[in-house]
Ligand binder design. Structure first.
Ligand code: NAD
Ligand code: DAU
Length: 372
């Protein structure tokens, strides 16, 4: 699919040094030669300049700053003549929101409000100008589904259960309110679980993958039967671009993969893939001697059931029919292909994740939940 920059060729991308933001920037720049991006990122533990290192700086300027700095955002919008914001910046990890919720309120709620205020000041002054504020949100705002419940539509009641999802729900409401009250031109996408390159290894897929390589326990929360709707990050980014370019102002679009899997199945697939990769390539045993696969033993032997995440949502699933109907959105990457590609990326980019692990990751991987 060719992506265009119809809304504008200049945009502010918040949180562009994070996982999804960095993938969005790559996809957007490769889809349109005229596209220019200013990235605003505070470089928290999850933000990484290396995620953008190979991008032409004449097309993508990096600004180290906080979305809560309203005057800075106003200045960036004016100086760079930006009329589009794609807002990714957030505290994004549910477990961290349980151990330390404050940062989630500060960035996800206050930070989103600060951006909205700046956009309103700059874009709606006088007779106003064409603009778009696109808010990137999550399916977690809808709460937890029972196993036989219908997937989340855009009309589903908000029932956030973690400090993370509550803070994202608050940000969604603020975006909606700025449209309703001030006529700020907004769109919102609520997406399911992403995976792919550059994902910080605290999230399920990269955590399990790297623990397999290091021979560390694979911590399964609770019974491991919690279900998520997995989507390759490139498909999420396509959905965001479609909403940005062709979505109706004021609308919300749910983006998902129609790919529901219990956590144990995800871990089983990762362990089997790593076992097969070691069997096919003997150099992996030399690179990762602590992996059971280095000695021909299954990585599944590392599975360790641990105490459940407090308030753990049982199931998420997206009904993507509105996005299909109105945006022509369909995921293009099957789970098998996406997972294979992702595992290959982590095996080929050891330098990237080693650098990540030198930071806060090392403390985090030891895990705060006791083994049952
Ligand atoms: P991430 O944690 O990988 O990246 C977040 C980025 O935001 C980092 O670069 C960080 O430095 C930056 N940031 C944090 N606080 C900031 C602040 N105050 N000012 C400026 N920058 C700040 O997150 P992600 O997984 O890429 O998620 C991006 C967005 O997509 C989030 O809004 C998240 O809620 C949403 N989302 C994520 C998923 C998923 O599966 N990862 C799914 C649906 C929606
Ligand atoms: O649904 C979209 C959301 O998906 C995004 O909004 C969040 O930003 C993103 O982090 C993700 O949230 P989850 O909590 O679903 O993702 P996580 O990778 O943390 O966990 C996925 C599932 O795996 C969940 O049921 C918890 C479980 N899990 C996770 C980890 C890290 C384990 O069993 N063991 C683990 O070590």
């Amino acid at each position: 699919m060719t992506l265009s920059c119809k809304t504008t060729s200049n945009m502010l991308v918040t949180g562009g040094a994070g996982f999804i933001g960095a993938n969005f920037i790559r996809q957007r720049l490769s889809g349109d030669e005229s596209c220019r991006i200013v990235v605003l990122d505070a470089l928290t533990y999850a933000g990484n300049r290396a995620n953008l290192a190979d991008i032409d700086p004449s097309r993508c300027e990096f600004v180290h700053g906080d979305i809560r700095d309203t005057p800075l955002v106003e200045r960036l919008l004016r100086e760079h003549d930006l009329s589009t914001i794609v807002h990714f910046a957030a505290e994004s990890h549910v477990d961290r929101s349980i151990t330390g919720p404050d940062a989630f309120i500060e960035t996800n709620v206050q930070g989103t409000h600060s951006l909205l205020k700046a956009a309103r000041t700059v874009w709606l002054a006088g007779s106003g100008r064409p603009h778009r504020f696109h808010h990137v949100s999550t399916d977690e705002v809808y709460g937890s589904l029972g196993m036989s419940d219908a997937p989340f539509t855009e009309e589903h009641q908000y029932q956030p259960n973690s400090p993370y999802s509550a803070s994202k729900a608050a940000s969604d409401h603020l975006v909606r309110a700025y449209h309703h009250t001030f006529h700020l031109e907004v769109t919102t996408t609520n997406c399911s679980n992403n995976y792919g390159p550059f994902q910080f290894p605290e999230k399920l897929i990269p955590l399990m993958l790297l623990n397999c390589l290091h021979g560390k326990p694979l911590p399964i929360y609770g019974d491991g039967k919690h279900v998520r709707d997995w989507l390759h990050v490139d498909d999420h980014c396509r959905g965001i671009s479609l909403a940005l370019d062709t979505g109706r102002v004021g609308e919300v679009y749910n983006i998902g993969g129609e790919n529901e899997r219990p956590n144990l199945e995800i871990v089983e697939r990762i362990t089997a893939s790593i076992d097969a990769a070691f069997a096919a390539d003997r150099s992996l045993a030399r690179r990762f001697p602590d992996s059971p696969a280095a000695e021909g033993r299954p990585c599944w032997s590392l599975v360790t059931y641990v105490k459940d995440r407090p308030g753990h949502d049982r199931r998420y699933a997206i009904d993507p029919r509105k996005a299909q109907r109105e945006l022509g959105y369909t995921p293009q990457i099957t789970f098998d292909a996406g997972l294979t590609r992702t595992i290959a990326w982590y095996l080929a980019n050891e330098r990237w994740w080693r650098a990540v692990m030198d930071g806060s990751y090392r403390d985090w991987i030891t895990h705060n939940y006791a083994t049952r």
